[in-house]
Design a protein around this ligand. Structure first.
Ligand code: GDP
Length: 174
């Protein structure tokens, strides 16, 4: 007979969006519990992971941090390959990052097909600098068929919820 062994489910998550929306910060916050004000436009790819218990499964989330390489299409595309879930991120304070979401979605879809995706509006702590109408964010979310989650990586609001949601979506598809 076979002794059942608890096995971890591995999920590779790719986080895309314009520069400075907070992708790198989100990964650091989620995997290391830290936040820094410095904006490090690093060249090079980081890979962080965090294990969670989700619906009775051990899920290992593996996060590619491709921040700083948004302009190097060919390089980043290689990291999308094999991703099982996607975060489309824009910033409350940056209209162009909001307007770029559609093209980020297309890029990921070209490599990965339809995968569980969440739309993240980050930097909601900067209330006075918000340039996104809540209604248009909701409309975009509906158009993409992706749940909208509003986060502040700085204040640690809703960051866990983003990855929890993606994990449940992926588990449901197994
Ligand atoms: P990336 O280029 O998308 O990886 O963006 P970064 O993670 O490097 O973040 C860009 C800048 O935004 C940094 O100075 C961060 O400290 C800052 N930042 C990230 N998330 C938040 C947030 O939720 N609120 C505020 N106020 N600043 C943030």
């Amino acid at each position: 007979f076979v002794i059942p062994v608890a096995s971890a489910v591995d999920l590779v998550v790719v986080i895309v969006g314009n520069g400075a929306v907070g992708k790198s910060s989100m990964i650091q916050r989620y995997c290391r519990g830290t936040f820094t004000r410095e904006y490090k436009k690093t060249i090079g790819v980081d890979f962080l992971e965090r294990q969670i218990q989700c619906e009775g499964e051990d899920v290992r989330l593996m996060l590619w941090d491709t921040a700083g390489q948004e302009e190097f299409d060919a390089i980043t595309k290689a990291y999308y390959r094999g991703a099982q879930a996607c975060v489309l991120a824009f910033s409350s304070t940056d209209r162009s990052s909001f307007e770029a979401i559609h093209s980020w979605k297309v890029k990921v879809e070209d490599e990965c097909g339809e995968i569980p995706t969440v739309l993240v509006q980050n930097k909601i702590d900067l209330v006075d600098q918000c340039v996104i109408d809540p209604k248009e964010a909701e409309l975009l979310s509906r158009a993409l068929g992706a749940k909208l989650i509003k986060t502040s990586v700085k204040e640690d609001i809703n960051v866990n919820a983003v990855f929890w949601y993606l994990a449940t979506q992926c588990l449901a598809e197994l």
